[in-house]
Design a protein. Structure first.
Length: 122
């Protein structure tokens, strides 16, 4: 796993969360809301598996249904292969209309996509 610990910010640059280098995901109050494990499994605050990020960028829910994918260029697609957003190289997250919705600088693209587009932790 890469070494990083970066803030997640909304389009107004307000802190909304953080992903730490050990995969712990925290909200703006520093409360743990989930964990992205080294094998790609995603767990919520109660340590219940809620999804998985596969090596090819596919994102699956707790029932192993594919709910989306992040391509190598940062394009985020839903389960119907329709683009719903993009995580740019600089960490800016944009929706399908190219409107900035957040910033996730220094965070792996798939992790940013899960947090902002799929909200598996909720």
């Amino acid at each position: 796993m890469a070494s990083y610990s970066q803030d997640l910010r909304n389009s107004s640059n307000m802190l909304i969360g953080k992903i730490e280098s050990d995969g712990i995901v925290r909200d703006q109050s520093n409360m743990m809301i989930g964990n992205i494990r080294s094998d790609g499994t995603i767990a919520n605050r109660n340590n219940m598996t809620v999804g998985k990020i596969e090596k090819d960028g596919s994102i699956r829910d707790r029932s192993n249904m594919k709910i989306g994918k992040v391509d190598s260029d940062g394009e985020v697609k839903d389960s119907n292969n329709m683009q719903i957003g993009r995580v740019k190289a600089d960490g800016t997250v944009v929706d399908r209309n190219n409107m900035t919705i957040s910033y996730a600088k220094g965070i792996p693209t798939t992790y940013a996509a899960v947090f902002f587009f799929f909200k598996l932790f909720e």
